[in-house]
Design a protein around this ligand. Structure first.
Ligand SMILES: NC(=O)c1ccc[n+]([C@@H]2O[C@H](COP(=O)([O-])OP(=O)(O)OC[C@H]3O[C@@H](n4cnc5c(N)ncnc54)[C@H](OP(=O)(O)O)[C@@H]3O)[C@@H](O)[C@H]2O)c1
Length: 260
């Protein structure tokens, strides 16, 4: 009889930041489909309805799901997500934390403003640090933390001074926390690094940037196409499983071999 027990997420509870749309929505949906209870986080009032609709879809898989508005760039709002997760947890713990929410506005070095720097670092770096700090007392042995990083962390792409720096910071955090939360806590911390994915972040990037990326996309070893959110979510879901226990502090290729 086939045995998929090592891939089960049943009974676990997950927080997915930035789950109203794009990659985060697909991760939240898949974790729910694989048996996890899910906190669907969003920030904009305009995303409330779709976050609630997604939570309803996830509940139809027979798990619990709740949409929670919280701005992860504000330290004071992070505990809302932990409280919501504990509210739907069957174990009194929060087994899975997915750092997906991020800003990604392109700006060449000469265009970078202090405000762009601050908003991106607050959302992409400060948010994950303080949310993980708030989650730490509730993450059990076997807990999983996964960052949605980006190929931009290591692939030099013009226009990504600040964004790339925040994603490189995510990968550094994964390496540090793999040690800090490893032997003492039994938690693994990893990243996935998508290349271009067809989401709002991509569609809202400027045309020049998308044109510049076309030759790169066409050279993707796995297929000459842009990724879809459902190319990324299964890799994140895998890192959340018991079977992924020996992977920590790493970056799992999520870009079709474009960059590793
Ligand atoms: N798309 C790509 O080509 C690509 C490539 C590589 C890596 N990535 C990474 O993949 C992740 C998801 O990207 P995406 O393209 O799916 O993003 P997206 O479509 O732009 O969606 C961003 C999500 O983050 C949420 N968010 C933004 N700021 C937040 C805050 N302060 N607090 C809480 N939530 C916040 C948004 O919530 P609202 O809906 O409420 O605004 C939304 O759910 C990001 O980490 C991104 O860097 C994307």
């Amino acid at each position: 009889m086939p045995d998929f027990k090592g891939l089960e997420l049943t009974g676990k509870t997950a927080i997915v930041t930035g789950a109203s749309r794009g990659i985060g929505a697909e991760i939240a949906r898949l974790l729910g489909k694989r048996g996890a209870n899910v906190v669907v986080n969003y920030v904009s009032a305009g995303s409330q309805q779709r976050s609630e609709d997604l939570s309803k879809t996830i509940r139809e898989y027979g798990v619990k799901a709740v949409a929670v508005q919280a701005d992860i760039s504000k330290v004071a709002e992070c505990p809302k997500l932990i409280e919501a997760a504990l509210g739907i947890s069957e174990t009194g713990k929060v087994e899975i934390l997915i750092h997906n929410a991020a800003l990604g506005v392109d700006a060449n070095l000469v265009e970078v403003t202090e405000e762009l720097f601050a908003t991106h670092f607050d959302t992409n770096v400060k948010g994950p640090i303080f949310l993980t700090k708030a989650a730490e007392p509730h993450l059990p042995q076997g807990g999983r933390v996964v960052f949605v990083s980006s190929a931009a962390a290591r692939l030099g792409v013009a226009g990504q001074t600040v964004y790339a720096a925040t994603k490189a910071a995510n990968e550094a955090l994964a390496r540090v926390w793999a040690v800090e939360l490893g032997q003492s806590h039994g938690i693994t911390v990893n990243c996935v690094n998508p290349g271009p994915v067809a989401t709002d972040q991509w569609n809202e990037s400027d045309e020049q940037f998308r044109n510049d990326m076309k030759p790169l996309i066409d050279s993707t070893p796995a297929a000459a196409r842009i990724a879809e959110p459902n190319d990324i979510a299964p890799l994140v879901a895998f890192l959340c499983t018991e079977d992924a226990r020996w992977s920590s502090g790493g970056v799992l290729c999520a870009n079709g071999g474009l960059y590793n």
